[in-house]
Design a protein around this ligand. Structure first.
Ligand code: NCD
Length: 304
């Protein structure tokens, strides 16, 4: 069901796909931690094409591949490639397709990963396309929730911050609605969830502008960074920067077992004093990126 599959949008996956990824990811945890050795992807090559900055996504794909005995090629600085000579993305992809067994691509333009998938024979995984989608982040986000609560259905999940430009919340909102979560959206009016994402959701989320409306009964807070780099007008950014920070004081009003997640990097949306509270899960969440990406690579390469 997976061999050769592209993962461009979270909607490319069914509930059965997601369950299978989670099952494989659980088995990968000891390998992700370095406690167990594996040669599962020995002889396979991953091409990591990063046209936009990244820390976690790129490094977790790399460590996932290396821990499974595979190899990596790629770039993090597209200005050092023939793209600066005017080569099209389609031609670049056609070449890299011949050099690798699986392609991971992050690109500033929405739709770039879909285009790459059309030109590549090998599976293409979208590691973020502009303000579009970030499906592997969504998988590790949902995995984090399932590992914490045992389920997603019925949980009150509040997505907050930059819902307009944040791609992680675009994929996540769709997935949560399909899995039966009670989704709440909290953002300033200028950063509301785009209508096309709302249309893709299976149920209608509740929309808020004040954190007080959700603070006391939310189970999962998913906090996001204001996506400064995607603002067409810098004065618009200045107006909203700093809205909705989670601080030590906010945390006191939360449910006892509520958790706080963040795809990271954070800027000032979660103050450092929150890190030591029992609610913080963002670093654990970032670790889960490794077993989840191991599972995805092994599945699309058809070795399990
Ligand atoms: C996110 C991204 O690149 O979309 N980071 C990530 O992959 N963990 C979030 C962000 O940049 O704010």
């Amino acid at each position: 069901m997976f061999k050769g599959k592209d993962i461009v949008s979270i909607s490319d996956l069914t509930k059965e796909h997601i369950d299978r990824i989670f099952e494989v990811a659980r088995g990968m945890i000891p390998i992700a931690k370095g406690e167990k050795k594996s040669k599962l992807l020995d002889g396979y090559i991953l091409a990591n094409l990063f046209f936009e900055p990244s820390t976690r996504t790129r490094l977790s794909f790399e460590t996932a591949m290396l821990r499974l005995g595979g190899s990596i090629l790629g770039f993090t600085n597209p200005s050092a490639t023939s793209l600066t000579k005017g080569e099209t993305l389609a031609d670049t992809i056609r070449m890299i397709d011949a050099y690798s067994d699986v392609i991971v691509i992050r690109h500033p333009l929405e739709g770039a990963a879909r285009l790459a998938a059309e030109f590549a024979e090998v599976p293409v995984i979208n590691a973020g396309d502009g303000a579009g989608q970030h499906p592997t982040q969504t998988l590790l986000d949902i995995f984090t929730i399932v590992e914490e609560f045992g389920h997603v259905e019925g949980l009150k999940v509040t997505l907050m911050g930059d819902l307009r430009y944040g791609r992680t919340v675009h994929s996540l909102a769709v997935a949560l609605s399909f899995l039966g979560a009670d989704v709440h959206l909290l953002s300033p009016r200028s950063l509301k969830m785009p209508r096309h994402v709302l249309r893709e959701m299976k149920s209608k989320p509740e929309i808020h502008e004040q954190i007080d409306e959700v603070i006391r009964d939310t189970d999962v807070f998913y906090v996001t960074r204001i996506q400064k780099e995607r603002f067409p007008d810098p004065t618009e950014y200045i107006k909203v920067a700093g809205s909705y920070a989670i601080t030590g004081d906010t945390v006191k009003k939360m449910k006892k077992d509520a958790i706080i997640m963040h795809p990271l990097p954070r800027v000032n949306e979660i103050t450092p004093d929150v890190d030591s509270t029992l609610h913080a899960r963002y670093f654990k969440q970032a670790f889960y990126g490794v077993p989840i990406r191991m599972a995805i690579l092994a599945l699309v390469l058809g070795v399990i």
